[in-house]
Design a protein around this ligand. Structure first.
Ligand code: NAD
Length: 507
């Protein structure tokens, strides 16, 4: 079954990981198998790009940018519309491949492809709305306005857990804005990237625009580092851990480039005594164990009022005991595997630290005796001072902390370095408003009566503090892929100066 899927997506046993205007047939990087995390077995091999391949691909992206930027934006949108159609036609296969390579359940694999389709649709509409402001000038007969021009080739670095949706957040917007993109996917998930590149190549070639989207799958140490140091790339959009973001921000900042950073989170939900607990339960479980706890927006800290803590923990424990954990392509499974053995070890080490720091594991937290990287999601009774609960462990561990006053709960929630997603469950309006107020949640995303994960593409996505401050996908995120120009035209015959300055030269 999987062989057919790979074949239809243009994948074979050995695949090139580098593509500029066309595939580089024998890139210089290592041959790397991509593994199925549900079995630990290889799916297919990828010949990774090396620094020379990166250079070739980027030369293509630079050259293609020179002409792509002059194509009218609605025409660029038409190319993106056709990419959306190609994604629709291949949604099931691509969703299956996402599941195969990341281990996320099939519904989420398909959901990820739907997110790409949504991004394509959004970008098509945007291609007729890349508009600037007209601003009142203080000088008579002067007209002041803003216009937005394409920025240049954009480096897009993505994480393993959303191997294709995050590329679409960037690449669909960048394309209608007139930019070309160079994609460096996670070395854990190169096959999904190659399959997507095959699809967009087909569309771009038939539309007469090869090389608008390019790819260089490679390691952080060579391809990644070459990309962030490269002055040909005015924007680096990087998604991944805070550790990676610190490095990218520093290097790109040093060359005064733009860095759009989407980094780790340590997301919390507050549950007040006025919450609808049935609804809260559903929201908490999806956010805490969905994608096996491997979303940047995964719920990691549950901050519960002390009067309802025992009841809520009891109900959560019951649900956790009945979670179906197993093959991600089995439609009844809710929790698939972690991405790698290292992720399993990381989870077990975090639980050891939690115990050593005074936490109690209420349920879960074991490795399952079967091939692949399966664990049972854990609930840990914790206290706000526990250092491990202030870190992001990329696995399904939910720390439960109790509170007495809402002010305390908000302080606990905000008391971490990251600032991505947050939520409150309450039916009391004043509590919801307090949470959303200026002294409430300090995160980029703040939800009332829904969990921390599962954002729509229409809003600007991203977080504050150590999450990096970037905003991607919806709202006005497109502006980051363009350069703004403020223009003034003097339509009169006099030359009045701003601020009333006089500068009369002798006649
Ligand atoms: P990671 O940081 O290990 O790697 C992410 C990407 O960065 C990979 O492509 C990697 O090769 C690249 N990279 C690492 N060091 C680099 C360097 N010095 N130069 C250039 N590239 C470099 O992250 P991961 O394990 O793949 O993903 C999980 C992390 O990503 C979690 O922390 C998660 O919260 C975060 N994430 C954030 C968002 C968001 O939107 N905020 C979305 C998805 C994932």
């Amino acid at each position: 079954m999987f062989d057919d899927v790979l074949h239809r997506l243009g994948l074979s046993d050995v695949n090139s990981g580098a593509c500029g205007r066309g595939w580089i047939s024998w890139p210089s990087g290592e041959m790397r198998p991509s593994f199925n995390p549900a079995t630990g077995e290889p799916i297919a091999r990828v010949l990774m790009g090396g620094p020379e391949d990166y250079d070739r691909v980027t030369n293509d992206a630079v050259e293609v940018f020179a002409s792509w930027r002059t194509v009218p934006a609605p025409r660029r949108g038409e190319v993106v519309r056709k990419i959306g159609l190609a994604l629709r036609e291949n949604k099931d296969d691509l969703g299956m491949l996402v599941t195969l390579e990341t281990g996320k359940i099939l519904d989420e694999g398909r959901g990820e492809v739907q997110e790409m389709i949504d991004m394509a649709d959004f970008a098509v509409g945007l291609s007729r709305q890349l508009h600037g402001l007209t601003i009142a000038s203080e000088r008579p007969d002067h007209r002041m306005f803003e216009q937005w021009h394409p920025l240049g080739p954009v480096g897009v670095i993505t994480a393993f857990n959303f191997p294709v949706a995050v590329w679409a957040w960037n690449a669909m917007l960048a394309a209608v804005c007139g930019d070309t993109t160079i994609w460096k996917p996670s070395p854990e998930t190169p096959l999904t990237a190659i399959a997507v590149q095959n699809l967009v190549n087909r569309v771009c070639e038939s539309e007469g625009y090869p090389g608008v989207f390019t790819l260089c799958a490679g390691e952080a140490a060579d391809v990644g580092e070459a990309m962030i140091h490269d002055p040909r790339l005015p924007l680096i959009s990087a998604t991944g851990s805070c550790r990676m973001g610190w490095r990218v921000g520093e290097v790109v900042g040093r060359r005064l480039g733009r860095a759009l950073l989407e980094l780790g989170g340590n997301n919390a939900a507050i549950v007040t005594p006025d919450a609808n607990l049935d609804l809260a339960l559903r929201g908490i479980v999806f956010a805490a164990v969905g994608t096996a706890g491997q979303r940047c927006t995964t719920l990691r800290r549950l901050i519960v009022h002390e009067s309802i803590a025992e009841e809520l923990i009891g109900r959560l424990t019951q649900v956790y005991a009945s979670l179906s954990i197993g093959d991600p392509w089995d439609e009844s499974t809710l929790v698939g595997p972690l991405i790698s053995e290292a992720a399993v070890v990381g989870m077990m080490e975090a639980l050891d630290q939690a115990r050593a720091q005074g936490g109690t594991v209420v349920c879960g937290g074991t490795r399952l005796p079967r091939p692949g990287h399966f664990v049972s999601p854990a609930i840990v009774r914790a206290h706000p001072g526990m250092a491990i609960a202030r870190e992001e462990t990329f696995a399904p561990i939910l720390y439960v902390i109790t509170y007495r006053t809402l002010d305390d709960a908000i302080a606990i929630q905000n008391g971490v370095t990251q600032g991505l997603s947050s939520a409150i469950f309450t039916d009391r309006l004043s509590e919801a408003e307090r949470f959303l107020s200026v002294t409430g949640s300090d995160c980029g995303l703040a939800n009332v009566n829904l969990g921390t994960s599962g954002a729509e593409i229409g809003g600007a996505f991203g977080g504050e503090k150590a999450t990096g401050g970037g905003r991607e996908s919806g709202s006005d995120a497109w502006k980051q892929y363009m350069r703004r120009q403020t223009c003034v035209v003097n339509g009169g015959s006099d030359l009045p100066l701003a601020q009333g300055v006089r500068f009369d030269i002798p006649s």
